[in-house]
Design a protein around this ligand. Structure first.
Ligand SMILES: Nc1nc(=O)c2c([nH]1)NC[C@@H]1CN(c3ccc(C(=O)N[C@@H](CCC(=O)O)C(=O)O)cc3)C=[N+]21
Length: 283
């Protein structure tokens, strides 16, 4: 058996067409959706991501403002930028690229963003709303993962979903979102005993750890949906957390790296920015 590939790039391109027409509609009503991205320091990977986000905005007609700040920027100075963007009528979404340099507390920064402009969905208000099932900004990577699973045409309700990784930006929120879709969810982490045996029970396996080749075919149930969230650079090549070649023999569906979750993360950022502009318009 060979797994079907869930093509995140192709799905992204289709979704971006729809986002483009929503942007057009906003513009007909005098609103240009705007995203501000703040980049602190010179991390080369972050610079690439920010450039990709800027390019993606341009592709769908979203106004993007990239604010590049020096590596030594103080927390106070960064908060000042955020307060100004919070009250800037031309900006509907604010994203502060993570990780931040050590002198800046990421939680203090996330807390300073107006929850109505928090298109990353990282603010405690949005996180709390996600927990209780109220309308919120869903974090981009988990939101993209749900869309990729739905792309298989398989229902989520009643399935056993196993998530490996408990980060605030992927593992925890994606577990909550799968629960909201009525999956039975097991959330595994670095201290989980018998990880392989638990993973092997999954109808839907989401791997978000950041360790190349953590998961191979021995972790996968025949026919399972496997979502690889890992972005690891190995010998200048981009690989996920799943040994793709090996996993393909057992999985029913699998996302590739690159071309799986990554492009969907950016597409969901575009969608959240449009949502922020639309909500402001109706609300
Ligand atoms: N405030 C904040 N929000 C984020 O959403 C955020 C962040 N900080 N910090 C870093 C991570 C990482 N991230 C990625 C987005 C797209 C790809 C992506 O498009 N990947 C391509 C390959 C890109 C490449 O070649 O490097 C792919 O998988 O096909 C990857 C990673 C967003 N992040």
């Amino acid at each position: 058996m060979e797994a079907k590939i869930i093509d995140g790039k192709d799905l992204s391109n289709r979704l971006r067409e729809d986002i483009k027409s929503r942007v057009e509609k906003l513009k007909q009503n005098g609103i240009i959706p705007g995203l501000a991205v703040i980049l602190v320091g010179n991390d080369p990977a972050s610079a690439v991501y920010v450039r990709n986000k800027e390019r993606a905005c341009n592709g769908v007609g979203i106004y993007s403002r990239v604010i590049k700040l020096d590596e030594n920027t103080s927390q106070e100075a960064l908060l000042e930028y955020i307060y100004r963007l919070n009250v800037d009528e031309t900006i509907h979404g604010i994203l502060v690229q993570l990780p931040l340099p050590p002198q800046i507390d990421p939680n203090a920064v996330i807390n300073a963003i107006d929850p109505a402009k928090d298109v990353d969905g990282f603010h405690p208000v949005n996180m709390g709303r996600l927990v209780i099932g109220e309308e919120c900004f869903e974090p981009c990577t988990p939101k993209g993962i749900i869309r990729l699973i739905q792309e298989t045409g398989q229902p989520i309700a009643g399935k056993h979903a196993v998530v490996i990784g408990r980060s605030n930006i992927v593992g925890k929120p994606v577990a909550l979102m799968l629960l909201r879709h009525n999956a039975t969810v097991t959330l595994c982490h670095s201290k989980t005993a018998n990880l392989r045996e638990i993973a092997r029970q999954a109808d839907i396996l989401v791997v978000a750890v950041g360790r190349p080749n953590l998961v191979d075919s021995s972790f996968i149930k025949q026919g399972a949906i496997v979502i690889d969230v890992g972005i690891n650079r190995v010998d200048d090549k981009l690989v996920g957390d799943v040994n793709f070649q090996d996993a393909c023999h057992v999985a029913g569906w699998i996302t590739p790296v690159p071309g799986g979750v990554g492009p969907m993360t950016i597409t969901m950022l575009l969608e959240n920015t449009v949502l922020a502009a639309e909500r402001k318009w109706v609300g």
